[in-house]
Write a protein that binds this ligand. Structure first.
Ligand code: ADP
Length: 268
């Protein structure tokens, strides 16, 4: 961490002087490291489902005479390819978010609309798992940003809350509050909870506590990292409160849109 990387250029100025130009490249080196880690993680994450797909395809060709086996392998094949598609999609989203420090074209976004879109996207899975999605709180809050990114972020939180709910039927709350210029969207579940020592790490890329704990093991460990980047790109943050065995609350906090910003938002 303490290393300093300098790029030094030397030029002779006449007979008596030397010009030394030193450029601090520490940040560039650090970003290179981050990029290398990311690529290594991606390769690792993709190897498992790709390996599974090719094994299942092979198994399928051997099982041709047994319709039950064919059905079983085909079902697993479609699950694995769905997982592959989801991981690829998440990787693309995450690298796009990392490339953009700030949002290119912020627009006025209704939080009520974001909440209802994210709930709609999770309804089928929630119903299938007997999870009730209950929303409430302040109405009418707006922020400046990108509606589709905010929907992705909230979608990820709701999908996790459903996935890590431990009882059935279960309840997931989506609450909006708006005070002091901060809009908070909180997603609360009564699920398995997160061990205290892992609370800081859940937002890291590819971090998963124990894949066996989830309802299906299809997670990528990228969902919360995307939530964090979306919140940061909107000038906000995301926090977690959790108790093992009792449940978790993830809260996205965003600066409320003010009339002072209205001009800037429209012009861009
Ligand atoms: P994943 O695709 O594995 O869900 P995430 O980045 O969304 O990846 O989450 C990282 C890890 O944090 C998960 O693997 C899970 O262990 C834990 N986690 C996330 N949300 C919850 C939650 N609501 N309850 C309990 N654990 C959670």
């Amino acid at each position: 961490d303490a290393n300093l990387y300098l790029f030094v250029r030397v030029a002779r100025l006449g007979a008596r002087y030397i010009l030394l130009l030193a450029e601090d490249r520490t940040e560039a080196y650090r970003l290179d490291d981050v990029r290398r880690d990311f690529v290594a993680n991606i390769s690792h994450e993709l190897k498992t489902p790709i390996g599974a797909v090719s094994l299942l395809a092979e198994a399928l060709s051997f099982a041709a005479d047994d319709p039950d086996q064919v059905r079983k392998f085909a079902k697993r094949l479609s699950k694995e390819s769905e997982r592959l598609a989801r991981i690829t999609q998440e990787i693309i989203e995450l690298s796009r978010l990392q490339a953009a420090d700030a949002l290119a074209k912020p627009e006025l976004v209704s939080i009520d609309h974001v909440v209802s879109l994210a709930i709609d996207q999770n309804h089928v899975v929630a119903d299938a798992n007997s999870v009730a999605l209950v929303s409430g709180g302040d109405h009418g809050a707006t922020v400046y940003g990108d509606e589709s990114l905010l929907v992705v972020a909230l979608h990820n939180l709701i999908a996790n809350a459903i996935q890590y709910s431990s009882s059935s039927p279960a309840r997931v709350g989506i609450g909006v509050s708006n005070s002091g210029g901060i809009v908070e969207i909180a997603v609360t579940d009564q699920g398995v909870g997160i061990p205290e020592e892992d609370l800081d790490r859940v937002f890291e890329r590819f971090f998963r506590i124990d894949p066996a704990r989830s309802r299906n093991t299809g997670g990528s460990g990228l969902g919360l990292s995307i939530v964090k980047h979306v919140a940061h790109n909107h000038g906000g943050d995301v926090r977690v409160w959790s108790q093992l065995g009792s449940g978790s609350t993830f809260t996205i906090r965003l600066p409320e849109a003010t009339t002072a910003e209205a001009g800037t938002g429209e012009e861009k």
